[in-house]
Design a protein around this ligand. Structure first.
Ligand code: GTP
Ligand code: MG
Length: 345
């Protein structure tokens, strides 16, 4: 066995979709299920992201996921707002992602931000699956808390199944209108060619085992090679948000997708006019809820490795832009790094 798990990073999963279709609820449900399983400590809330390790995925997915079949460490989810004014954030999240979940309300169907998200995924060539959410709202639905979709589907009346099927086929039709060949996920053989549709409920957890299984399988099967990184190398990431923080000045919420960033690193960040060269003052992570005291919501860390969300405090960040690249200089020639950042702007 020549596997070296330390060099395989966590795939980055963007959760996209129209406002109120249930993106945040779905992530809350995944977090909540882990709490019920008594393993909450293992799920970590990052800046702008949630890391779900493989053993938790496997616990939630039950028989559907055998951890021995996987060597990727888990999944890192990025939530994005559906509100129309957040296009940039959505598009950054979408482009940054290795893989995505497009959340569609089964009753509400395709809406403006659904189409916009599809466009982002198309342009960035990001593989994705569709979570057909809120199946529990189909009239007459018989809920089966946290059940795999096949089990709960079997326990519904014919009438309910027909109604759900109708909604699902409408979504499949909409995807086809947009040029994506799609089908219910259990009929999909090649997830690179066809979009799998997974019926779920963020409310009852039904279908969530399936969703996690498909995401994990898709990553392992098609993305493993791209996940092989030099973890110790100079970090590379993307700015999700530029934020003022009391006591720290301007900070950048960053998703690191390659290498390591340290609290004494020099970094180059894409700015509104020119790349910004600056020295990290602090790397900040949210403090676990139980530890929150008055002084700070954040705790300082010495270093973090990809894939992760991290808040970077440094001087001169006022002109930093959401979506801009962040690169660690370390022992490289700073001019070379500046050129790389400029090329990505
Ligand atoms: P934005 O971040 O504003 O774009 O919305 P969102 O996609 O994150 O939606 P959110 O998770 O905030 O859910 C919107 C509403 O739908 C909330 O009232 C949820 O409780 C409800 N909701 C989400 N998922 C489900 C579901 O599966 N079933 C039911 N019945 N309600 C749901
Ligand atoms: Mg939300």
């Amino acid at each position: 066995d020549t596997r070296d798990p330390t060099s395989l990073r966590t795939p980055i999963v963007a959760v996209l979709g129209h406002v109120d279709h249930g993106k945040t609820s779905l992530l809350d449900k995944i977090r909540g299920s882990a709490v019920i399983e008594g393993e909450a400590g293992a799920i970590t809330q990052h800046i702008g992201a949630t890391a779900v390790p493989l053993d938790i995925i496997s616990t939630i997915a039950g028989d559907l996921v055998d951890p021995d079949d996987f060597d990727l460490p888990g999944l890192l989810f990025i939530d994005t707002p559906g509100h129309h004014s957040f296009t940039t954030l959505r598009s950054r999240g979408g482009a940054l992602a290795d893989i995505a979940i497009l959340v569609v309300d089964v009753n509400d169907g395709f809406q403006p931000q659904t189409l916009e998200a599809l466009d982002i995924l198309r342009r960035s060539e990001t593989p994705f699956i569709v979570a057909a959410n809120k199946i529990d709202t189909v009239p007459g639905w018989n809920p089966n808390e946290d059940a795999p979709i096949n089990d709960t589907y079997e326990s519904q009346s014919d009438r309910v199944r027909e109604r759900l099927d109708e909604s699902l086929y409408e979504i499949i039709g909409n995807l086809s209108d947009e040029g994506f060949s799609a089908d219910l996920y259990w009929r999909v053989q090649n997830f690179q060619r066809n979009v799998g549709v997974v019926p779920v409920s963020a409310m009852t957890g039904e279908g969530v085992p399936d969703l996690l299984t498909v995401m994990m399988g898709l990553s392992q099967r098609y993305m493993k090679e791209e996940m092989e990184i030099d973890v110790a190398g100079p970090g590379v990431g993307t700015v999700l948000e530029v934020k003022e923080e009391k006591g720290f000045g301007t900070t950048i919420d960053t998703v690191l997708y390659d290498g390591t960033i340290r609290s004494d690193d020099r970094i180059v960040v894409g700015g509104q006019n020119e790349p910004i060269v600056t020295d990290v003052r602090a790397l900040l992570q949210p403090r676990p809820l139980a530890e929150i005291r008055t002084e700070s919501r954040f705790e300082k860390v010495d270093e973090v490795s990809a894939a992760t969300g991290i808040k970077v405090a440094a001087p001169e960040l006022a002109d930093a832009m959401a979506g801009a690249p962040v690169r660690v200089v370390r022992d490289r020639d700073v001019d070379e790094v500046i050129e790389e950042v400029r090329a990505e702007l």
